[in-house]
Each structure stands twice: as C-alpha cells, then as structure tokens.
Ligand binder design. Sequence first.
Ligand code: NAD
Length: 270
Amino acid sequence: MSNLFSIKDRVVIITGGCGVLGTSMANHLASEGAKVVILDRNAKLGNELVDSMIAKGYDALFLETDVLNKEILEQNKLNIMQKYGRIDVLINAAGGNMPGATIAPDKTIFDLQIDAFKKVVDLNLFGTVLPTMVIAEPMVNSKKGCIINISSESALRPLTRVAGYGAAKAAVSNFTKYMAGELATKFGPGLRVNAIAPGFFITEQNRDLLLNPDGSYTDRSKTILAHTPFNRFGEPEELLGTLQWLVSDASAFVTGVVIPVDGGFDAFSI
Ligand code: NAD
C-alpha cells in the first residue's frame, strides 16, 4: 500500500514555495524523495531554503520568478527542463490576501479600493492561470502529470472583509475544475488537476487579521475558532497527507476536486 503513495523521483514545482505553507510542502515532498523546484519572488528566502534542504540531503533547486510574468516563467521552465528533463507536478501555492484589499471593520463595500481588489485577483487567479499555461506544457507533451492548486476556505464560504481574496479563490476553484476537464478530455487521463482549500493557518499573509501586535487572538480569530469544530487553527503539516495523496498515484482516478482541510469549518453552521 505504501508504494501507492510514493512520490520518489517526481519532479515537483512549487510556486510560492518560500511561504509558510509552501516551505512545509517543499520539505515534506523532498523528504519523500521528490526533486523539488521552488519558484518564488523572494530570492533571499529561496536560496536559504534550498541550501537548508540540500544540507538535509534533499534534491532541491530555487529559481526566482514572478507568477504574473509569462516571460520569466518560460525561462524558469527552460531551466527546469535543462536540469531535470521533465516536470511531473505543479503546485500553485503563490497567493494570499493583501492588507490594502481588506475592508476595515468600520468600512463597507462602498469604500473598497478597486486597485487593491484587482491586485489580489491578479496574484491569486492569474498567478495560478499563467504558471499553469507555461509549466503544464511538458506534462501535456508527456501525457502525464498533475496540478494542485491552492484555493481557500474563502472560496467555499465568503468571509467578511476579504471580498477580493474570496472572489479570486472561488475563481481558482472553478479554474481547477475547468482544467481537469480540459486536460483529460483533450490530452488524456494521465493529466489530473485538483485543489486543496485550506481553512485557517496563521501565516504572513493573514497575521495582521488573526493576531494582535502582542500575539493574542483578534476578535476575528475568536469568531473563526467558534465556527471551527476543532476549535483551533491548522498547522502547515496538516496539509501534507492530502497533498501527498493528490500528488501520488493513490488518487489516480481523482480529478477536478477541491478538498477542504479546515478542522470542520466548511461543514459547520451552528
Ligand atoms: P505566504 O504569504 O506565507 O506565502 C506566499 C508566498 O508567495 C511567499 O513566499 C511570496 O514570496 C510568494 N509570492 C507572492 N507573490 C508572488 C509572485 N508574484 N511571484 C512569485 N511568488 C510570489 O502565504 P501562505 O499562507 O503560505 O499561503 C500559501 C497559499 O495558501 C496561498 O495561495 C494562500 O492564499 C493559500 N491559503 C492560505 C491560508 C492560510 O490560512 N494561511 C488559507 C487558505 C489558503
């Protein structure tokens, strides 16, 4: 049974791999024998991360990118193909909310900063669509591969204050299903596209919403926890089992699904 979940020697690309969730995914997949390429705009963190992974004996490579720049992504793809000769998995994890796109508690939708809303949609939606268009090409050529998008709980149930982020992630979930059909019907069933919708994990992109400067929970955090049957935030490692299942052949007949990993938030009302 354990072979079913094997990801040994798979060439895995992770956009946003320097983030809190991406770093945890990168280390885990590399520890399971995958060859992991981190694509991120933060070169300092990326080089440090890859150095630490290589020191652990992992096969890892960092390439600076901007998920919104097709030319840079094309260059990234060339570099990956030169080094590894193929791409097996793409994880689109670059994304997140932005402070300017959050509607303050005393404001309404009529105060929305439309430029910030557009930026958040750009990063989360186009930052998934563009890498998919570029990086999926070698998978399509070999008729085998899988894409994992990182959607969000906010795609499943609109959350107050983060209208742009929720709209963008809802579009990511929809695009996941679209691509599942597109790739399998046009290029064969060896190509799968799925998504994970994480619930609430305290990371850089949401720290200001969830924690006060002294580290205590904000009122928003308390409301989230009251709506979470597990009554706690998630730990990045709690995404890894679902990720490995989706990346490996254990999910060979699974495509077009968005899996919530959220301590029950999505299932619960009162
Ligand atoms: P994070 O802010 O820690 O990491 C995001 C990473 O993306 C950073 O390393 C950043 O440098 C990179 N990035 C941002 N813009 C980029 C660009 N234009 N090009 C290349 N890289 C870029 O965030 P995280 O919490 O680890 O989030 C990872 C993913 O999970 C995101 O898509 C996020 O929306 C999603 N998510 C997070 C949560 C949560 O609770 N933290 C919940 C649901 C979904």
